[in-house]
Design a protein around this ligand. Structure first.
Ligand code: ASP
Ligand code: MG
Length: 402
């Protein structure tokens, strides 16, 4: 007998019909002789709707109250799913995050799981119950509810799988697995059979929507093998694990991220400590900086360009302005830019990957504003209006439709 953790996202439980569909998948797994823990997200757009409701009343509500509100979404879906499973004649219990033992830190809206006290989960499994757990939530040391950040239910599922040493962690979604590009935009996108944690982490961080990046980080740390698969179409999905059989594929995916603000500071003094001052200030304010480019100093000045998320753009500009006001610098913030990236462990040992990508963009007459590379990824910043065309062209250059 195996212990299987199954996670279902918001679209998989969006209405009564879909909830019944999930109940059937779960009970089929249970009937086959497995212990099953199910983690669910809020139904459909519930979380977005709750955020909107809050904004109608208070544009800047206390983060604690926001979490108090948002945890309600998952409370609805666990109880409904438990009722659906009950109606099929199976023993089941639903648990909120705190009832399932999720302890987190106190960063409301983006809390980290500290540990899971598994006694309750284990007791319910010992009674042969199917256990349905609310994703995305926990309790801090003040006994206040917290949430784990958008898309956090994936992390809840991986955390339970790690804590209970589950045999399998299946992430059910509305696509059939991890694709080489967004299949709705690129018709030749292929489903991957397997992908490494590192590649998946890059893809998730660079804009692929299928898995939350913290969940992949945790899966890697605790060696939890993941399977990403469809709740609507019972075909094998994509396995995410440490090592995969070597394939000929040089790159595993092309992603697009439009949540980019590009900040340029022109005319900084060419002295030691300038970059340190700017980026330490941004770090103090919790502003995450992605790509950084600094020009070579000339005539005593230099220029600095970097990217942050769009929400952080105005704050970043303000902070840099405060620091450099006396220097006569010029600061601009562009938001009509996107990041297009390729990811693949194969590129590490393969010269010419970058030039293939740049050639594909050149052939489309797409101008590159910034470039950033790591061992297993190359990202470019381009105009947003060129982004979809760029993804197709680059995908086609590496993974031609044959
Ligand atoms: N319901 C939460 C959200 O929409 C958590 C999740 O879906 O994983 O972000
Ligand atoms: Mg959701």
């Amino acid at each position: 007998m195996a212990l299987i953790v199954q996670k279902f996202g918001g679209s998989s439980v969006r209405d009564a019909e879909r909830v019944m569909n999930v109940a059937r998948i779960v009970t089929d797994t249970y009937k086959a002789g497995n212990d099953v823990v199910v983690v669910v997200s809020a139904q459909g757009d519930t979380t977005d709707d709750l955020i909107e409701k809050a904004a109608e009343i208070n544009k800047n509500p206390a983060k604690r109250e926001m979490d108090q509100l948002l945890t309600a979404g998952e409370q609805i879906s666990i109880s409904l799913l438990a009722m659906a499973i009950e109606s099929l004649g199976f023993p089941v219990i639903s648990l909120l995050g705190w009832q399932a033992g999720f302890n987190t830190n106190s960063v409301y809206g983006f809390a980290r799981i500290k540990n899971i006290r598994t006694n309750r989960l284990q007791a319910e499994l010992a009674k042969h119950n199917i256990v349905v757990v609310a994703g995305f939530q926990g309790l801090n040391r003040y006994d206040d509810l917290t949430t784990l950040g958008r898309g956090g239910s994936d992390t809840s599922a991986v955390a339970i799988a790690a804590a209970l040493h589950a045999d399998k962690c299946q992430i059910f979604t509305d696509v059939e697995g991890v694709y080489t590009a967004d299949p709705r935009k690129v018709t030749s996108a292929q489903k991957l059979d397997e992908i490494t944690y590192d590649e998946m982490l890059e893809l998730a961080t660079l804009g692929a929507q299928v898995l939350n990046n913290r969940s992949v980080e945790m899966a890697k740390k605790y060696s939890v093998e993941l399977e990403v698969l469809s709740s609507l179409n019972p075909v094998p999905g994509t396995i995410v694990k440490e090592k995969i059989k070597m394939e000929k594929m040089l790159i595993r995916g092309v992603t697009k991220d439009t949540d980019v603000a590009l900040i340029t500071v022109i005319g900084l003094s060419d002295n030691p400590g300038v970059a340190f001052q700017i980026f330490s200030k941004l770090a103090q304010r919790n502003i995450n900086v992605d790509i950084i480019l600094q020009s070579v100093g000339r005539d005593g000045t230099k220029d600095l360009t970097f990217t942050v998320s769009q929400a952080n753009g105005p704050k970043a500009v303000e902070l840099v302005e405060e620091l450099t006001v006396s220097e006569g610098t010029k600061i601009t913030c562009e938001t009509n830019v996107a990041k297009v990236s390729i990811v693949g462990a194969g590129m590490e040992s393969h010269p010419g990957t970058a030039s293939t990508m740049f050639e594909a963009l050149y052939a489309q007459n797409i101008n590159i504003k910034m470039i950033s590379t790591s061992e297993i990824k190359i990202s470019v910043i381009i105009d947003t209006e060129d982004a979809d065309r760029a993804v197709s062209a680059v995908h086609n250059a590496f993974l031609p439709n044959d």
